[in-house]
Design a binder for this molecule. Structure first.
Ligand SMILES: Cc1cc2nc3c(=O)[nH]c(=O)nc-3n(C[C@H](O)[C@H](O)[C@H](O)COP(=O)(O)OP(=O)(O)OC[C@H]3O[C@@H](n4cnc5c(N)ncnc54)[C@H](O)[C@@H]3O)c2cc1C
Ligand code: SF4
Length: 494
């Protein structure tokens, strides 16, 4: 409350921040903490990104002061984090107040502080003519200082309500929904088919971007706040909807976009060709000491690896394959390389569609763009040995750009392991949604109305399962919204 009053006073005074801007050191430029040394980090799976010092963070926060109309929070951040005012508190060294301000909108800053593409920075006003403020880094400093100082503690609700809610799926969307409903006093049970909660935070995103004990640290707090986790339970097959209906007043499906896009070319049935998620999940299971089932023990060690798909999932496969000791790693992409800077149709404050080099790309591997994949070749035992490719150029036909193969550009890549990182095509078959006959949209996602209600009253859906594959920050924002919708539904129906 004290912080809100302060914020209100400042906004009504209007020019407080601009006054500070007039006094700031104009020479301060963007500073990123950088990564650990490549040779060192390739020998382990620990987090690669370093942290700013406290003084550097304060200086970076000061860069926020020159902003008149911030686009970062209302426009860009799906959680609407109150970024300029939070950074003002950082600059003043009021770290605990900054934490409280951050937690107003954000349930788990420690996740996005590590893996958010920082949509906020794409629309930072400074970005018009210089480098944007390091907003994501400051978020990391605030939350990690909060944990280090013991300020992040369980905050159970003061009063409990009688209704129980079931959340199916423990990815960022399910966790955010569970957190919000629990704080409102509902009794929440999260069901998860995997052994550990966290969804793609736990089993998809590599440890070198998000260490798994960061997730476990948060789950421990959520349990202490009163949320129940029932893991290794596939809802729809291990337990039925009838069972849920007897125990819970509302059900929220947050099962994610689990179906990987396939590549239908000759040789696809050869051994050694996997979806990216199979490969990444195996490594994350090794990290947390979870046993691998038969056929799950996929490794890149001593192999030539071809990753098909030039996006972030492909880049995660690249970093993982290099750490496992791959002989060579190739990443091929059918689209052209993005431009270095913004183009005329991609002006500020839109998200910059520019070429990005991930920490994994800096570590090794060979990247190709404008490449079509024609067929896999194998040996007598049925193992993949090579990928046949050709170059394409993008030509305009009937108003659309299509890839056209260039003549005499065929080539092959040696490949004893192929990873398909071609994105996801929705939730795929889901035992509960299918048993209930829930309507789906044209992309196969679960159809929901404006209040996240599916075609069955009392059953809600959100996150990647309803919107298609997206980002952690959007999944969390969806989780908060669906929780609000469930609360309104129960307030009006019960
Ligand atoms: C490899 C990879 C890397 C990524 N990296 C980033 C990144 O760096 N930054 C970023 O912002 N986004 C990233 N993303 C995207 C991001 O992870 C997702 O958008 C986000 O996790 C979606 O959250 P969600 O809660 O909707 O679903 P998910 O995280 O997919 O969680 C769904 C959960 O539901 C469970 N479930 C499904 N069906 C059932 C059932 N019937 N019963 C019980 N449990 C069930 C699943 O096991 C899973 O745990 C990445 C995605 C991938 C695949
Ligand atoms: S969650 Fe992402 S978009 Fe929002 S403030 Fe943090 S880094 Fe920026």
């Amino acid at each position: 409350m004290r912080l809100w009053k302060e914020l209100y006073r400042k906004n009504t005074k209007n020019y407080g921040r601009l006054e500070m801007a007039a006094n700031m050191d104009q020479q301060t430029t963007r500073k990123e903490p950088g990564y650990r040394d490549i040779q060192e980090r390739l020998t382990d799976f620990r987090e690669v990104e370093k942290m700013l010092t406290l003084d550097e963070a304060k200086q970076q926060a000061e860069r926020c002061f020159s902003c008149g109309t911030p686009f970062c929070h209302g426009y860009a951040c799906p959680l609407a984090n109150i970024i300029p005012e939070t950074n003002e508190l950082v600059n003043a060294g009021r770290w605990q107040d900054a934490l409280e301000m951050l937690l107003v909108t954000h349930p788990f800053p420690e996740f996005t502080a590590r893996i958010c593409p920082a949509l906020c920075e794409g629309s930072c006003v400074l970005g018009i003519n210089e480098e944007p403020v390091t907003i994501r880094q400051l978020e990391k400093m605030i939350i990690e200082k909060g944990f280090a100082e013991g300020w992040v503690t369980p905050r159970p609700p003061l009063k409990r309500r009688s209704d129980s809610i079931a959340v199916i799926g423990s990815g960022p969307c399910g966790l955010a929904a569970a957190d919000r409903l629990n704080k409102e006093g509902f009794k929440v049970t999260v069901f998860e088919k995997d052994f550990y909660p966290g969804g793609l935070l736990m089993y998809g995103i590599p440890n070198f971007k998000l260490e798994k004990d960061v997730i476990e640290r948060r789950i421990k707090i959520m349990k202490e706040e009163g949320i129940t986790f029932e893991c290794s339970v596939t809802v729809g097959s291990d337990i039925s909807f009838n069972y849920l209906q007897k125990r819970f007043s509302a059900v929220i499906l947050t099962g994610g976009a689990q179906k990987s896009r396939d590549l239908d070319i000759p040789g696809r049935n050869l051994q050694g060709i996997y979806f990216a998620m199979e490969f990444l999940k195996a490594q994350n299971k090794r990290i947390v000491g979870e046993p691998l089932a038969l056929g799950e023990d996929i490794t890149a060690k001593d192999k030539n690896v071809v990753i098909i798909g030039g996006g972030d999932t492909g880049s995660d496969c690249l970093g993982t394959a290099l750490r496992q000791g791959a002989r060579q790693v190739y990443q091929v992409e059918i689209m052209p390389r993005a431009p270095e800077g913004r183009t005329g149709d991609n002006l500020w404050p839109l998200w910059p569609q520019i070429d990005r080099e991930s920490s994994s790309h800096k570590e090794g591997g060979i990247r190709y763009w404008c490449i079509t994949t024609k067929k896999f070749e194998g040996d007598k035992e049925g193992n993949v040995t090579r990928l046949h490719c050709a170059e394409v150029e993008w030509v305009k036909k009937e108003g659309c750009f299509i890839p056209a193969e260039k003549e005499n550009t065929d080539f092959t890549l040696d490949a004893e392991l192929v990873l398909l990182a071609l994105g996801f095509v929705g939730p795929g078959p889901d035992p509960l949604a299918d048993a209930l006959g829930l309507e789906r949209d044209e992309r196969g996602n679960i159809s929901v109305d404006d209040h996240h209600m599916t075609s069955m009253p009392g059953v809600f859906s959100a996150g990647d399962m309803a919107r298609g594959q997206s980002l952690v920050v959007r999944a969390m924002a969806d989780g908060i919204r669906v929780a609000e919708d469930v609360r309104s539904y129960l307030d009006t129906t019960l």
